[in-house]
Design a protein around this ligand. Sequence first.
Ligand SMILES: Cc1cc2nc3c(=O)[nH]c(=O)nc-3n(C[C@H](O)[C@H](O)[C@H](O)COP(=O)(O)OP(=O)(O)OC[C@H]3O[C@@H](n4cnc5c(N)ncnc54)[C@H](O)[C@@H]3O)c2cc1C
Length: 369
Amino acid sequence: MEHFDAVIVGAGVVGLAIAAKLSEQFSKVLLIDKNACFGEETSSRNSEVIHAGIYYPSSSLKAKLCVQGKEALYRYCEKMQIPHQRLGKFLVAHNEDDEDFLHKTVTLAEQNGVCDLTWRTQSQLRAIEPELAASAALSSPSTGIIDVHSYMQSLLVTFQQNGGLFVANTKMNAAEPMNNGFELQITSVNDAITLSTQYLINSGGLHSSKVATTIAGLAADSIPALHYCRGHYFSYMGKSPFEHLIYPIPEANGLGIHASLDIGGQLKFGPDTQYINELSYGVDEQLREKFYLAIKQYFPRINREKLQPAYAGIRPKLQGENDGFCDFKIQTSKEHQVGGLVNLYGIDSPGLTSSLAIAEYVLQSLLDD
Ligand SMILES: Cc1cc2nc3c(=O)[nH]c(=O)nc-3n(C[C@H](O)[C@H](O)[C@H](O)COP(=O)(O)OP(=O)(O)OC[C@H]3O[C@@H](n4cnc5c(N)ncnc54)[C@H](O)[C@@H]3O)c2cc1C
């Protein structure tokens, strides 16, 4: 039976970042994904925004790992020449209540270590973004965009150069704790394989709770239920009217239908929030009207006909539709009492931004185990 120092289940952006990090420390690291390629799920269905870390409660992992991850990600992008841009974003207000919210946001952001927010008046905004309608806005210069595919590709190359092994079309079916590690049952294409590993990392994204149920010895009440919250995107044909990312005031389960650009300059709007029971990625044409009305608030000259259904992503949420904020849940043996195991649950936004910091956090927790 082949033995590994560490096995990572799930090659999304977070699993890839963890694999790259662990391969610096350990000589035999295996990364598997059930799909035919890495990053085919949530990691390639998001806004591709490098978040500043503004909104999250200050003691949360989301706040800490987003701010650390943002800095690490910009450094990584520069070093590895990953296409990215610090475009900056405007968080826009339309009335006094919104402006009060923005003032509170400055305080929250400062508690999180984000101290670069500046206030923009209506007349300043008119000069910078003439198509934008707002009474005022906060400018966040450290918000940016990234080509996620290039980033994931680069993490994979780093991992492989460190001697790591990535195998696609390979699913973890079961894990049994044994002396100093685990015995794993996996299916690779059509072959059933048994292998052993000292450390096991469950980075299964939307499936991480399901993966956890296959790990013997893990108490059922330690495994949280995941809720699926789909976000749709519409692309906007033609030249972008904006040079910055434009965000409305956040809503309960997402950041609101915002305007963001990809590295190629294509403008897209989204995501909205829709809780669903089954994983499905369709974008209903009929959502156009809802998008049109939301966007019109900050982009009054929007042309409805230029909105085209684009794609959808699904957030693996720990909170149900009417629940409050939930943090990332990165469970180590301190929480679940199974040595050598880390389960990652609820890695929704800002998981991409936080990926390198999550990887560092996971490594430290294994070394402290
Ligand atoms: C609509 C939307 C917008 C977002 N926008 C942003 C943003 O702008 N900025 C930001 O920072 N974050 C954003 N996020 C969050 C970010 O996309 C995620 O946090 C991140 O992609 C999660 O990566 P992951 O590796 O944990 O999960 P995934 O990408 O879902 O990867 C999990 C992998 O595990 C594999 N897997 C599952 N079970 C098994 C098994 N049994 N065996 C083998 N493999 C398995 C799956 O095939 C999958 O490839 C957004 C998310 C959504 C949904």
